[in-house]
Design a protein around this ligand. Structure first.
Ligand code: GLC
Ligand code: MG
Length: 577
């Protein structure tokens, strides 16, 4: 064989075995990190985090190996839902800084090789948005931008058009005097829903996407996707009532109704495909790395899988996988863990990539939800499963929910309830200032106040201290992150199994490379497991690669594969030798 063609043959053989990552998309093995900008780092002393604060701390993101970070909304907003009520989709809110600050952030991020992803809120705007004001005034261009209805009159009294209930309690319909009609809002009354049956709305939102992509962001986390469409109105312009959920007896509560007409309408999936086309349009226009969509939808798996796309259309590369976040609890055994992981892996369409979300700004933190003694185990699972990991700020430190009194509560989801109910509704406990050091206010701000109280344990749980402790949550996270650069973890196969109710094992393997096995004891018992009886291992001995402070073994210690000892709640990563 000719020398060159020999080489080519060899290359194609290698390529078959190990496709170069550049060819398959940077996001396929990425570490995503969510920043909640109000609470990450305050640069100007007003007690609220800002863009310059994020820019200052980008080296920290580099330190923990983040590929891309998605920022909760930074756009002009009256902050009724802390930025998820956008008044101008093309401007930066002055609380966070200026457009120049944002451009500086993008530039610094690019220098460091970190991609910036923005939050895109398609379902609604603020009622203070110019588009809504014009709609209320009946302006020809904007009058059908939102969902309006004159309501009905019962016994001479005006009532909302139907029984729909808002996510934040009470009717989804609020009266507007100027327009003399009700407008629909699936969330807060200051968050009127767009009317996606009006093609002009879709065009307006495409322009929002183009605007930020051309500035240099690499995509969007798309907010509240299942809520974007409501069922189409009938010939009289009316919408049907939603049926009752018999298990719920509070007529103001969102759970009182079964949301068959206001969530997961089929048009929503099509809309995500349309948004993906804009990512590809800008890929073609600007070149460079792929632009991505991360879609936020809680719902049935068969619906979520459709977000990936179908034979004729591409969809979201990353339909958030909330299986573990939504379904694990303190009492879950290893079978539950295994089943939830398999649910996604087994249902995912061919050629797509899994993602694993363990926290966000709406959900109780890992340490509070699953136990502070499981933090390292959960991070080991997150970072050794195949595909994309998504970490919410502070989870790498093991931050836990902070108790916030009714008086100090600011989250609208809690404030619209009452003193008895607010605690299980409030999202404030997971949104408290990030803990940088043991200085005043955890080094979050130089000012005297913070918009939410700082956790009382910040002396122990902070970046500065955890950097200096070899087996801190932070250092374990960093070790796991480095391990993800191994070809086996990037591209290897996965085998997930519960060895017993107490022990979960995740094996990653790639021909020609060491295999890695994450073993997690979810229980309070001491366990001894035989790994070579559940996995074909090709090695009788295993080496400890990552241990936690619960381990009596150290990194590089060896053990026989047929007898791996695990202390209560211990988790380790082992490799074949
Ligand atoms: C999403 C956001 C949440 C917000 C809601 C309304 O669920 O994550 O924080 O309140 O949408 O925009
Ligand atoms: Mg500030």
């Amino acid at each position: 064989m000719h020398g060159v063609s020999k080489l080519l043959a060899l290359c194609s053989l290698l390529a078959l075995a190990l496709p170069a990552l550049a060819e398959v998309g940077w996001w396929r093995t990425a570490q995503f990190y969510q920043i909640y900008p109000r609470s990450f780092k305050d640069s100007d002393g007003d007690g609220v985090g800002d863009l310059n604060g994020i820019t200052q701390q980008l080296p920290y993101l580099k330190e923990i190996g983040v590929t891309a970070t998605w920022l909760s909304p930074i756009f002009t907003s009256p902050m009724a839902d802390f930025g998820y009520d956008v008044a101008n989709f093309f401007e930066i809110d002055s609380t966070f800084g200026t457009m120049e600050d944002f451009e500086a952030l993008l530039q610094r991020a690019q220098q460091l090789g970190i991609k910036i992803i923005l939050d895109f809120v398609p379902n609604h705007s603020s009622d203070e948005c110019e588009w809504f004001k014009r709609s209320a005034a009946g302006d020809e261009e904007y009058k059908d931008f939102y969902v309006w209805h004159t309501g009905k009159v019962v016994n001479g009294i005006r009532e909302p058009p139907n029984n729909w209930i808002s996510v934040f309690r009470g009717s989804q319909w609020t009266w507007n005097d100027e327009r003399q009609a009700y407008y629909l809002h699936q969330f807060h009354h200051k968050q009127p829903d767009f009317n996606y049956r009006n093609p002009k709305v879709i065009e307006a939102m495409k322009d929002v996407l183009r605007f930020w992509l051309r500035k240099g962001v690499y995509g969007f986390r798309v907010d509240a996707v299942p809520h974007v469409y409501e069922v189409e109105a009938d010939e009289n312009g009316d919408f049907p009532d939603e049926p009752r959920n018999e298990w719920n007896n509070d007529p103001e509560d969102y759970g009182y109704l079964d949301h068959i007409y206001t969530t997961h309408q089929p048009e929503t999936i099509e809309l995500v495909y349309i948004f993906r086309e804009i990512m590809e349009e800008i890929d073609a226009e600007l070149g460079g790395d792929d632009r991505v969509l991360l879609t936020e939808a809680y719902g049935p798996l068969d619906v979520l899988m459709q977000y990936y796309g179908n034979e004729t259309a591409r969809g979201s590369q990353i339909p958030f996988n909330f299986e573990l976040l939504s379904n694990l609890n303190n009492n879950s055994n290893a079978y539950h863990y295994s089943e939830l992981i398999h649910n996604w892996l087994d249902k995912m369409p061919e050629g797509q990539v899994a993602n694993w979300v363990l926290g966000n700004h709406d959900q109780s933190r890992i340490g509070s939800r699953l136990g502070a003694d499981r933090i390292d185990a959960i991070n080991m699972m997150l970072l050794t499963l195949p595909g994309i990991s998504v970490t919410y700020q502070g989870e790498e430190l093991g931050m836990t929910d902070v108790f916030i009194s009714w008086e100090d509560t600011v989250d609208p989801q809690a404030c619209q309830s009452n003193e008895e109910e607010f605690a299980h509704l409030s999202r404030d406990p997971v949104r408290t200032p990030f803990q940088w050091s043991d200085e005043a206010n955890a080094g979050f701000t130089s000012g005297p106040n913070t918009w939410l109280p700082v956790a009382t344990d910040f002396n122990l749980v902070n970046v500065k201290r955890e950097r200096s402790i070899p087996l801190s949550h932070l250092n374990i996270y960093k070790q796991l992150r480095s391990l993800r650069d191994e070809p086996t973890l990037k591209q290897g196969d996965v085998d997930v199994t519960a060895i017993s109710p107490n022990v979960l094992a995740i094996k990653r393997s790639l021909s020609g490379y060491s295999s890695y096995i994450t073993v997690i004891n979810v229980s309070d018992d001491v366990e001894t497991v035989s790994l070579d009886s559940v996995f074909p291992l090709l090695s009788t001995k295993l080496r400890y690669v990552v241990v936690s402070d619960k381990s009596i073994r150290r990194t590089n210690d060896e053990t026989f594969a047929n007898s791996v000892l695990l202390l209560p709640k211990e988790a380790v990563v082992l490799s074949t030798i």
